[in-house]
Design a binder for this molecule. Structure first.
Ligand code: ADP
Length: 528
């Protein structure tokens, strides 16, 4: 049986009641029905679950769905069961089941009743289960939240690393990996770790045209700035993210005192209070939830009108996920982040207590957040570039929806400087990250530069007529415009692209927008 022999539209209608596929679903489903390894990258809400649920319902045998969170698995199983008169159509296999329940699950799988079996990665490593699954027909294995396999994702789970060898023990079954995190680095890790370089990849656009992105300088007056902002959005729902529980409590209190209906949410509150606060938000008994990142997983409130980051997030993936909870219904979604370099230093200090590998990754991810906050180019273009997606800041959907585009900084001609920068990247032969490249241009020495004797090269100091900040800003813009690229394998090493080499040969006008000056003086709250 291949995908041409099945009327998948009919099956979609029959099981889910939908008359059309969403986005890339149809192609993904066909690929899986044709037994291809398949890789799906779609933003949250894109409709990933259906990509494996429908084929599982259509195909012979049981599909194994690996998922990291028990709560998510339970929701999914309930949803699938509601489509059928048979409870056995979907099961969860985990450590909380007793012997009788496990026997029932096995019976339903053996009899062919179970179409979807949800398992946590650690359950799948159990020898007993592997042996059992080796002897029943498996239609395919779906790896949900596949980014958990990568240390570069925001939710690394070491158990995900064992999946490949277990799946191989199950025989020649197709794999579908799904994720909403799609930096090129994570993407590469997933394909490598699941040993599916041959997978057909489907990547949906991550652009959310109705979200407005804004960054404001964080000053001492941040609370009054936030209060003013919320009052301008009176009666609307919003989320404020903070990095610590203490901050969550403090901000919630300040808002309450100022007549804004707000509740705190963080992992330090007991489960009952958390559930109560979440319900209050969903039922619109309160307007604002002040939360740590513990809040939001699986929250599907369509009309969240603003997402404020009181503190900067640890990575742009987290930022994208968190802001993604705004404007789900396609209506207004204002994403406001407060930025101060002091926050960055705090996060760096926090990271310095971690194991070295984790530190390096953490620093690199944080650097991208800094670049996003400090950039004066289209924030949407910047974010999408980070996810490996090209975006035209002139004609792309939602192109004018950010502070930098609405209030552009002055642009200056930088053609000669771009040539200088590109030449230094070429002539240092791809050994340096941004920092060393900029140091080479301004003629500053550090240990790395000394070690490579770059300070004795003729081009050392060739850009001394501009400062470090200027070159860093130019480098970021040139990267985003594709004249340079960052190496995925050695994360951070900057290389020149074909486009860059062509620019050196035949330079053209390059208008650079000057970066924001960040003034952190106490009395300079920026208020719109
Ligand atoms: P993701 O896992 O990518 O975050 P979900 O699988 O939870 O997304 O799907 C998001 C929403 O879209 C769900 O409410 C789902 O019922 C709905 N949905 C999925 N596919 C379709 C479709 N073909 N037509 C209409 N709604 C769909």
């Amino acid at each position: 049986m291949n995908s041409n022999e099945i009327d998948i539209h009919k099956e979609l209608k029959k099981y889910f009641g939908f008359s059309q596929f969403k986005g890339l679903q149809e192609q993904v489903i066909k690929s899986l029905l044709d037994k291809q390894n398949t890789f799906v990258i779609m933003p949250t809400g894109g409709g990933k679950s259906l990509c494996y649920q429908l084929p599982a319902l259509i195909l012979e045998g049981t599909a194994i769905v690996v998922s990291p969170l028990i709560a998510l698995m339970k929701n999914q199983v309930d949803a699938i069961r509601s489509l059928s008169s048979e409870n056995g159509i979907a099961h969860v296999l985990n450590s909380s089941l007793n012997k009788a329940e496990i026997a029932q699950v096995k019976k339903d799988i053996t009899s062919g009743l179970t179409k979807l079996l949800y398992v946590a990665p650690e359950s799948l490593t159990k020898e007993e289960y592997v042996q059992f699954l080796q002897n029943v027909p498996i239609s395919f294995v779906a790896i949900d939240e596949a980014h958990c396999i990568s240390e570069w994702g925001h939710d690394f789970r070491p158990e995900y690393r064992n999946l490949k060898s277990i799946i191989h023990q199950l025989g020649d079954v197709p794999i579908i990996g799904l994720t909403a995190t799609a930096t090129p680095k994570v993407q590469e890790d997933i394909l490598k770790n699941l040993d599916m370089a041959d997978a057909t990849t489907f990547k949906a656009s991550f652009n959310r045209p109705n979200l407005y992105y804004e960054v404001r300088t964080k000053t001492k007056n941040i609370e009054s700035d936030i209060i003013r902002f919320i009052k301008q959005h009176k009666g609307k729902s919003g989320i404020i993210y903070c990095l610590s529980r203490k901050k969550v409590e403090a901000v919630a209190e300040v808002l309450q005192v100022n007549g804004i209906s707000a509740v705190p949410y963080h992992a330090g509150l007991d489960a009952k209070t958390r559930a109560k606060h979440q319900d209050m938000f969903l039922m619109e008994d309160v307007d604002v939830v002040v939360a740590t990142i513990a809040f939001g997983m699986g929250i599907d409130k369509p009309d969240v009108r603003f997402v404020i980051h009181h503190d900067i997030p640890k990575s742009l993936e987290s930022y994208y996920q968190e802001t993604g909870r705004g404007g789900r219904d396609g209506g207004e979604g204002h994403c406001l982040a407060y930025y101060s370099y002091k926050d960055v230093e705090k996060l760096e200090k926090f990271l310095s207590g971690k194991p070295v590998a984790e530190q390096e990754i953490g620093f690199a991810l944080l650097q991208e957040v800094v670049a996003y906050a400090e950039t004066s180019m289209s924030r949407r273009k910047f974010l999408l570039h980070y996810f490996g997606e090209e975006f035209s800041s002139e004609t792309g959907e939602g192109a004018d929806m950010d502070d930098n585009v609405r209030n552009p900084k002055t642009k200056v001609e930088a053609q000669d400087q771009v040539v200088k920068l590109l030449s230094v990247v070429r002539d240092t032969k791809h050994i340096y990250k941004s920092k060393e490249l900029v140091f080479t241009l301004i003629g500053r020495v550090n240990a790395v530069i000394k070690a490579h004797k770059t300070d004795s090269q003729t081009f050392f100091g060739s850009g001394a007529d501009h400062d470090e900040k200027y070159w860093m800003a130019l480098l970021r813009q040139v990267l985003v415009d594709g004249f340079l690229s960052k190496d995925i394998e050695t994360y951070g090493i900057v290389k020149i692209t074909k486009k860059g080499l062509a620019f050196i040969k035949k330079p053209e006008s390059f208008l650079m927008s000057e970066d924001h000056e960040y003034n952190e003086s106490e009395d300079e709250a920026i208020v719109t």
